[in-house]
Design a protein around this ligand. Structure first.
Ligand SMILES: CC(=O)N[C@H]1[C@@H](OP(=O)(O)OP(=O)(O)OC[C@H]2O[C@@H](n3ccc(=O)[nH]c3=O)[C@H](O)[C@@H]2O)O[C@H](CO)[C@@H](O)[C@@H]1O
Ligand SMILES: C=C(OP(=O)(O)O)C(=O)O
Length: 451
């Protein structure tokens, strides 16, 4: 069924979830904030860190460069003054996608760097699932770097100095007709990180608008690399090749938006009452605005206005019409909305314009009884067919599809087996443990136990 040796999750569904869960800090924002900290001179203490594999691997890479890392768990301090090594260990880089964003800090300091192929979810349009790297290469060239891309997704970059530039993130759109719009996240993040150490002021037009970017902008500004949005929405970053003011800075990360979507889906599917705690309400609500709007259209109320949020397990009362896009709902939220749509009435439509092949959960959800068809990156979900067929085995092939399939199994009145649990550790502190604490019946079984 799967070649992985990670445990199989044996789920006995049909039980209500109820209780409190503390939501961790946002995985994607941790990546950019750490990468931004390493382009500077300040010791940065990050509060509300997610204690997940992504964090552990990135901090191990930082240590391998000579960065002093203190603390662990939810509060971590990084002091980049000892950064003296630039070799990126391919065995670590291969485990997370976020390693790509460490490149600008190393380039600014050493003038050259080789980035082995990065890991993370294999959700790219290529048959292999590999994600593109050309946008990073193009962006770095705009700052004066020479870049060679390898067939395997590696990048070799040289730049004696980086010079500020003006760039329109629409330039990185391979297909101008894509409904996703021009706001590519990877190109935006790479450009901001390069701008932080470049000489002069960079102007970025049409920057990707999500909290992984706005958190990085806040961090740069706080560490002495002035960064601000103009009234037209352009981003201006004053580069500081010397790394900024060097004074210590604290940064509390915004709550993990996708974790909130995960728990809201879990509550609706199991009919329980889940209270999310430890939230950063203002920034969370701003980042989740597209998801909150879709939830409202489906008759669900998810609005985080305080540090906690109670989610009652109401099923959706209306079908959804969703376009996953850089300025709309996250692609990472898509599998959860699909699952919610199986519970609601009517026919829902979900168009995926970011990762057009990110539908590996569809055949698995169908196996559990859902009625979903995908044609040309658009899923049509017939409501009133929630996961309900016991005795099935399903395989998660990336982080969010595995989480969504685990939740789907919890809705099945009976037994189900979920494979792919190795993906969960990269994005959730302890999803299985938290679900069990709230009343879910999940046992883990190693392949040796179960054959
Ligand atoms: C814009 C967007 O919503 N980005 C998502 C993307 O970020 P991530 O940063 O991983 O990916 P990018 O934003 O760079 O690319 C997103 C999409 O744009 C395409 N592309 C990219 C560059 C380019 O020059 N031409 C081009 O066509 C890619 O093939 C892909 O289909 O995946 C992350 C993990 O799921 C999500 O958290 C981000 O929300
Ligand atoms: C695709 C995801 O992450 P990454 O970019 O780390 O692979 C995700 O968080 O859903």
């Amino acid at each position: 069924m799967t070649t992985s040796s990670s445990p199989v999750l044996l789920v006995r569904g049909g039980h209500e979830l109820s209780g409190d869960v503390r939501v961790s800090g946002f995985k994607h924002a941790f990546v950019t904030v750490l990468a931004g900290a390493l382009t500077g001179r300040s010791t940065v203490t990050v509060d509300n860190c997610p204690d997940i594999e992504e964090t552990r691997v990135l901090l191990a890479l930082a240590r391998s460069f000579g960065v002093r890392v203190r603390g662990g768990g939810r509060t971590v301090s990084v002091d980049p003054s000892g950064l003296t090594e630039h070799a990126l260990d391919p065995r670590l880089v291969d485990r997370v996608h976020g390693a790509v964003y460490l490149l600008p800090a190393l380039l600014a300091r050493f003038g050259q760097v080789r980035l082995p192929a990065a890991g993370g979810c294999r959700i790219g349009d290529a048959a292999s699932g590999a994600r593109p790297v050309h946008q990073y290469a193009e962006v770095l060239r705009r700052f004066g770097a020479e870049v060679a891309t390898g067939q395997d997704g590696s990048l070799t970059v040289r730049a004696d100095r980086m010079t500020a530039c003006e760039l329109d993130l629409r330039d990185w759109t391979a297909d101008r007709e894509l409904r996703t719009g021009p706001l590519y996240s990877g190109a935006t993040k790479m450009a901001i990180l390069a701008a932080a150490s470049a000489r002069g002021t960079t102007r970025l037009r049409h920057p990707y608008p999500k909290p992984d970017v706005t958190e990085l902008v806040r961090l740069l500004d706080a560490t002495g690399r002035p960064a601000r949005y103009t009234p037209e929405g352009d981003l201006l970053i004053e580069g500081r090749p010397d790394g900024g003011h060097g004074r210590p800075v604290r940064h509390e990360l915004v709550s993990d938006l996708i974790e909130v979507v995960t728990w809201a889906t879990a509550a609706a599917l199991t009919g329980g009452k889940v209270r999310l705690t430890g939230l950063t309400p203002g920034r969370l609500a701003a980042g989740l605005a597209p998801e909150i709007a879709v939830a409202r259209d489906m008759g669900l109320s998810w609005h985080p206005t305080a540090r906690s949020l109670v989610l009652t397990g109401e099923p959706p009362s209306a079908a959804a019409d969703i376009t996953v896009a850089s300025h709309g709902i996250y692609s990472d939220s898509q599998p959860f909305f699909m699952l919610l749509a199986t519970l609601g009435p009517g026919v829902s439509h979900i168009r995926e314009t970011v990762w057009r092949r990110r539908f590996t959960h569809v055949p698995e959800l169908r196996r559990l009884g859902a009625d979903i068809e995908v044609v040309d990156a658009e899923a049509r979900v017939l409501g009133g067919h929630p996961p309900s067929r016991p005795g099935q085995s399903v395989v998660g092939r990336d982080l969010r599809s595995t989480a969504a399939l685990l939740l789907a199994a919890l809705a099945v009145p009976g037994r189900a087996r979920v494979y792919g649990s190795e993906h969960l550790v990269r994005g959730y502190e302890d999803l299985v443990g938290d679900l069990v604490r709230l009343g879910a019946r999940i046992r883990t079984e190693s392949h040796e136990d179960g054959g």
